[in-house]
Write a protein that binds this ligand. Structure first.
Ligand code: BGC
Length: 916
């Protein structure tokens, strides 16, 4: 039997290395690295509450330990001013962390401790330098706002920095944030060093400290441009609109905009990041057939070892289309170079990769990637602004690189930005966007897949297809219409058919389907580690922004290959990540999950993650396909985007992930693009993804997504439109065998508006996918043995979770007298909810503790807190506390988490209040 072994310590070490490679140093006036043996005064109330990630599905990894920056510094031998630490701890007693309630309910930041001059003076007397921490979170359902406590600092935070400045000669500011924030404070407080440490997962504090102490020289580079203010980003006038969001800035996103139109608005350019050493980059290049062959010789000319990132940008001629002045086309990172050491990085850049998408036909080639005639320039350097010209090439004739079909075109007229020369540079001009000419319905009707005549069960099992004894067609022919309607229903969340606490089951979700030997595959969030809602501990990875800032695909792949083994060990087939939407605006709450404002960096990061996961036998799900660039109104907003901006910016990363990363699982979005909710978009899921890019995997919706037909309102039951589009699986149905939420698959089949051939094609996509996963190997008894060495006992899964499900119709009482209430303890149980809706939940307990004791019990349902039952001493009498909670899934894994001991607990009762 095959055996896969990883060492947990190697996993921790690799993630720590990733953090040290991804933090970005923006200012350094000699304050860093910290000098050996120094005492640091650590300011900021979050010093012991490091944000390991943002919030929502991408942040709900249960970990046994998160190393804060304070932990990391202490581990690195740095002394922390103890009196100051005590002052923060004392303040915290009366000012505990505010957790917030429910989905998207966590505050973006925590109230800062007001810092007095007196305390700062005392701290300065006993320390050599100051390190101040500013921390932010955000996430699903929760964009940032351009206000104090969110994108900007609060008055108290700013006062803290100013007070520290008055009393310390050396002051470093660390930003423990998901994405970029307003940086005007840097000039205001004249900080000596400023570093984005992002959200580095459970080892974030350790990797950060490696850079602070100088064990590692910083080499992270910004994956976004930092402008003077949030309103400087070209999408600012549209971002946050909840109805129609016009992408009028078109392809001029991030540095493409700033370098072309508004250089003076940039505080820190894309690709920028300081090091403790210095590098010299010399380039030599020549044409080699259809490619530019480029060597960058990087020499360390400073005083300590370090790594450098070489970035290659191109400038295409303005031509008829108009172009940004810079676009990233390649990057690579050196090994660690000792002083005076050098390394040559080699690049081959295909000229075709500098093509633009002509969506109007202005070059005479509508819907083609074209190289317009004229001069092309390549720039090489260590950020977009300072990159220097390396080579020029002339293209004599406009040439078509590839001819595609019109897809996903806007139907609503609007104007988009384009550069217009004003002699010295470019100013903003606007032009009308080309609109749709092709009818997607006619296109689908003209390409209907043939129906496979149904045969009934001929005894062919999926393993026969795998072993090539039978073809997929013969297998699919056996499925009844009922089977076909069930296989497109993903089941969850928390389906008992797969690993407890995960997001969904797909494939063999009914008895009938499983009789055909179709295994149940399992999906789990994603992207920064495994979200296991029943409390199972998992590894929490650095966030997407940090990982992109590494500019290191080799390390990315190595890290995700380790993550892949952990995922496989939990019997999960698909991680619901990488998240790869574009950082169109810095206020997007989910930017922490995504990589960058640049599609090439986004695509190459995703491809590296996928290769890592694949090397361990599991799949990543690239999401959200596409245009999910804000959380505000994400279910209802229509993103109105030109074909060119889609091709060059919003689809480009996905294209790279499919073509270079071999993606085989895709998640569409909640929202709509050009009037069509993506889950029902034939153009997106069939024409672009499969016909053009050659994708042969399966596509799932986002959880409880809406679907529509052109001009029709959105709804959650139009599975027929989803199936026609070749979005293969609806995520999620409470029970795949009946789908109590209702869908129109069989009625549409009967009415002839959906064909059997289309459903059979969905079924084949799903079966082809699941057949090549560990789920199939488990079914066939050929699953490799997975061994994780040195995993600390507290990280081990809660006894492989034999979660016991109780049926909840109208009322249910679960006795808990056998449960021991201890600090940090938990009790996990499952509910099979027959009446989906709102329930009254009552916990009954007693205690002999004092009347002012606080003993909270938190009820988590599918991973997020849905009620805190705080008991005090009850004088030994039973007392009941009630809250209402939403029970919106059929199968719900619940967890009671105990913050204190001292309680005796009797039972938990559920009473139905109303349905939904
Ligand atoms: C998110 C997805 C996530 C899914 C399952 C949705 O709310 O948008 O990114 O994978 O939930 O948790």
């Amino acid at each position: 039997m095959e055996k896969i072994t990883i060492d947990w310590n190697d996993y921790l070490k690799t993630a720590r290395e990733a953090v040290s490679q991804g933090v970005v140093l923006l200012e350094n006036n000699g304050a860093l690295p910290l000098s050996e043996g120094c005492t640091v005064a650590l300011f900021g109330r979050m010093q012991d509450h490091y944000y390991k990630s943002g919030t929502g599905s991408g942040g709900m990894v249960n970990v046994s330990k998160v190393w804060s920056i304070a932990d990391g510094l202490e581990e690195g031998g740095v002394r922390l001013n103890a009196a100051l630490r005590d002052a923060y701890a004392a303040w915290e007693k009366d000012n505990p962390i505010e957790a917030g309630v429910g989905w998207g309910g966590e505050p973006w930041s925590q109230r800062e401790m007001p810092l007095s001059d007196e305390l700062a003076v005392k701290a300065a007397a006993g320390s050599d330098c100051a390190v101040c921490i500013i921390a932010r979170t955000a996430g699903e359902e929760q964009d940032q706002s351009d206000e104090g406590g969110s994108y900007r600092l609060t008055e108290t935070e700013l006062d803290m920095l100013k007070t520290v400045r008055r009393h310390f000669d050396r002051m470093t500011v660390l930003l423990n944030v998901g994405g970029i924030i307003d940086m005007s404070f840097v000039r205001e407080v004249r900080a000596d060093a400023v570093m984005y440490v992002w959200q580095g997962g459970m080892v974030g504090g350790l990797g950060t400290a490696d850079v602070l102490t100088g064990r590692v020289s910083p080499s992270g580079k910004l994956s976004d441009t930092i402008a003077r203010s949030a309103s400087d980003y070209p999408s600012a006038p549209y971002f946050g609109n909840t109805k129609r969001n016009f992408y009028s800035e078109d392809i001029y996103v991030g540095y493409r905009y700033f370098e072309t139109f508004a250089k003076d608005k940039v505080l820190y350019p894309f690709g920028f990041g300081l090091s403790y050493t210095k590098f010299d980059i010399k380039t030599a290049s020549h044409m080699n057939g259809d490619s530019v062959s480029l060597d960058a010789v990087v020499r360390n000319i400073g005083g300590c070892s370090g790594r450098e990132v070489v970035q290659v940008y191109y400038e295409a001629p303005q031509g008829k289309l108009g172009k940004p002045l810079r676009a990233l086309c390649a990057y690579a990172k050196t090994a660690t170079l000792a002083p005076n050491e050098q390394q040559t990085l080699h690049f081959d850049i295909a000229v075709n990769d500098m093509a633009s998408f002509d969506d109007s036909g202005v070059t005479g080639n509508a819907d083609c990637w074209v190289l317009e005639r004229g001069r092309y320039l390549l720039y090489v350097g260590s950020d977009v602004r300072s990159a220097e010209k390396a080579i020029e090439l002339d293209i004599g004739e406009t040439t078509v690189v590839s001819r595609l079909s019109e897809a996903c075109a806007p139907v609503e007229p609007f104007e988009r930005l384009r550069p217009e020369s004003d002699g010295a540079g470019f100013r903003a001009a606007f032009e009308p966007v080309p609109l749709a000419r092709v009818d997607m319905c006619e296109r689908r009707a003209a390409a209907l897949p043939p129906e496979i005549p149904q045969t009934g069960d001929r005894g062919i099992r999926l393993c026969d297809v795998l072993n090539r004894r039978n073809g997929m067609e013969d297998f699919i022919a056996q499925l009844s219409d009922e089977d076909l309607s069930c296989i497109i229903r993903g089941e969850g969340m928390g389906s008992p058919k797969v690993t407890p606490g995960t997001a969904a089951a797909f494939g063999g979700v009914t008895d009938s389907l499983s009789r055909f030997g179709i295994p149940c595959g399992c999906c789990d969030d994603g992207p920064s580690g495994m979200r296991l809602d029943c409390g199972t501990k998992a590894f929490s990875l650095p966030n997407g922004t940090l990982l992109a800032c590494m500019f290191d695909t080799e390390l990315m792949q190595r890290l995700f290959s380790l993550a892949g083994v952990e995922i496989a060990a939990n019997n999960v087939e698909c991680l619901l990540g990488p998240g790869m939407n574009i950082h169109r605006h810095p206020l997007n709450g989910r930017n922490f999950e995504y990589f960058s404002e640049d599609p090439y960096l986004t695509g190459t990061c995703a491809a590296a993650q996928l290769k890592g996961l694949h090397s361990s036998g599991v799949e990543g799900t690239i999401k959200h396909f596409c245009g999910n660039n804000q959380e505000t109104g994400r279910h209802v907003v229509d993103s109105i985007i030109s074909k060119r901006a889609l091709r060059e910016i919003y689809l480009k990363g996905f294209e790279i992930a499919v073509k270079q990363g071999g993606a085989r699982s895709v998640m569409t979005t909640y929202g709509s693009v050009n009037g069509l909710w993506t889950a029902g978009s034939y153009d997106l899921c069939t024409v672009v993804l499969r016909d053009e890019w050659g994708f042969d995997g399966f596509v799932m919706t986002d959880w409880w997504a809406d679907i529509n037909e052109r001009g029709m309102p959105q709804n959650r039951s139009n599975f027929a439109q989803m199936a026609r589009a070749q979005n293969d699986v609806y995520m999620t149905c409470p029970d795949s065998s009946v789908n109590t939420c209702g869908d129109n698959t069989l009625s549409s089949l009967a009415a002839g508006t959906l064909t059997r051939g289309e459903l059979q094609r969905n079924a084949a996509n799903i079966c082809r996918f699941v057949m090549n996963t560990y789920a199939m190997k488990r079914l066939c008894g050929s699953m490799p043995e997975i061994e994780i060495l040195n995993r600390p006992a507290e990280d081990e899964p809660i006894e492989e979770l034999q979660v016991e499900f109780s049926v909840l119709e109208n009322t249910l009482s679960i006795p808990l007298d056998h449960v021991k209430v201890e600090r940090g303890g938990q009790f996990v149980f499952g509910l099979d909810v027959r009446n989906i809706g709102i329930f009254n939940v009552t916990v009954t307990a007693k205690s002999n503790a004092s009347a002012t004791a606080q003993m909270p019990i938190t009820l988590f349902t599918t991973g997020f807190p849905s009620g805190v039952f705080t008991f005090s001493g009850t004088g030994g009498e039973w007392r009941s506390i009630s809250h209402t909670a939403n029970m919106y899934s059929r199968f719900i894994t619940c967890r009671l988490s105990f913050a204190q001991g001292g309680l005796e607990i009797k039972d938990i009762r559920f009473e139905f209040v109303k349905g939904v």
